[in-house]
Design a protein around this ligand. Structure first.
Ligand SMILES: NC(=O)c1ccc[n+]([C@@H]2O[C@H](COP(=O)([O-])OP(=O)(O)OC[C@H]3O[C@@H](n4cnc5c(N)ncnc54)[C@H](OP(=O)(O)O)[C@@H]3O)[C@@H](O)[C@H]2O)c1
Length: 286
């Protein structure tokens, strides 16, 4: 029987990365993680992976991290972190630092998590940095797979929090469709990419829902009467302009991505997985 490839995972302390770590260990891959704060690692049954402390933004701290590794997986990127670093510092350069190590150690494959339609939104700072790395990866000479997911369930938490405050605010008429995905389902897709040859995998969750339907599910989970305010879309565009002019890049970046993403007509990707948003919202209520 062929030996399973050894995997280096970076981003294991994040939402998706923690599910990936559990899935890799469950499937008996030999796993190494590079993290800056091991205390943030999730509890994994039968703890059996190697932990290396390092900062992917500082190449000297990750030297030889890819030694004896066959496959690198990266979910590293700025979502809510407030480190004072830019998307170019993290989503692009930190991943390049790992890619350089991967090339040096003759890693066979690099699996990178970008975003759905990131290649169509290169005017958005977050996507520009991610897609710059995607281009770097395409020309690296390594086998690679770019994972392009829709929104994660973790990001849908905001709907639930709005229902707890009594009202959900949506831009436009709320009819935009999306199929958000649970981290556990997405981790399964990423791990199965190890043995696949696709250069790109677009993926979403099992249910396509309008933003209004997502809000109703959240209201039902929090046992609150449904109250939705639809804000005209021109206000979304005005906020984008105003925040670009009057806020720092650090504040503007996440707002720019969020307001551009929710302005897309269609945020759906091929369906995958079993976990429903209803279950997820109910779990938040417990
Ligand atoms: N959330 C979504 O809906 C969504 C949708 C599509 C794609 N994505 C992309 O999928 C990827 C994973 O998302 P996620 O929600 O799992 O993100 P997350 O929970 O914020 O995890 C991000 C990971 O990146 C690491 N990281 C961030 N800044 C770092 C820095 N300066 N130095 C070292 N490590 C750093 C974090 O480490 P620490 O724990 O040490 O901070 C963490 O392990 C991201 O690249 C994101 O852009 C997200």
């Amino acid at each position: 029987m062929n030996k399973k490839p050894s995997v280096l995972l970076i981003g294991a302390t994040g939402y998706l990365g923690s599910y990936l770590l559990k899935e890799l260990v469950k499937q008996n891959y030999s796993v190494r993680v590079v993290v800056r704060n091991p205390q943030k690692l999730p509890q994994v049954e039968n703890y059996s992976y190697e932990v290396v402390e390092g900062e992917v933004t500082r190449p000297s701290t990750i030297e030889n991290c890819c030694k004896d590794i066959d496959v690198v997986m990266s979910t590293v990127g700025i979502t809510r972190q407030k480190d004072g670093l830019s998307y170019m510092d993290v989503d692009y350069q930190a991943n390049v630092n790992v890619l350089e190590e991967a090339k040096r150690s003759n890693v066979k494959k690099f699996i990178y998590v970008s975003v759905l339609k990131g290649d169509k939104m290169k005017g958005v700072k977050l996507c520009a940095a991610k897609e710059k790395f995607v281009d770097e990866l395409r020309h690296s000479g390594l086998d690679y797979t770019i994972i392009r997911p829709t929104g994660f369930f973790s990001d849908m938490t905001e709907f639930y929090q709005m229902t707890k405050r009594g009202r959900v605010y949506l831009f436009g008429n709320g009819q935009t469709k999306m199929n958000p995905i649970h981290g556990r389902d997405l981790a399964g897709v990423c791990v199965s990419a190890i043995d696949k040859s696709e250069a790109e995998i677009k993926v979403g969750g099992p249910e396509v829902l309008t933003l209004n339907e997502i809000a109703y599910l959240a209201f039902s989970a929090s046992n609150k009467e449904s109250k939705i305010t639809h804000i005209p879309d021109w206000i979304r565009l005005a906020i984008l302009k105003i925040t670009k002019t009057f806020t720092s890049n650090k504040t503007y970046g996440p707002i720019e991505f969020f307001l551009t993403f929710i302005g897309l007509d269609n945020m759906t990707a091929p369906k995958y997985g079993q976990h429903t948003l209803e279950e997820y919202f109910n779990s938040l209520n417990q």
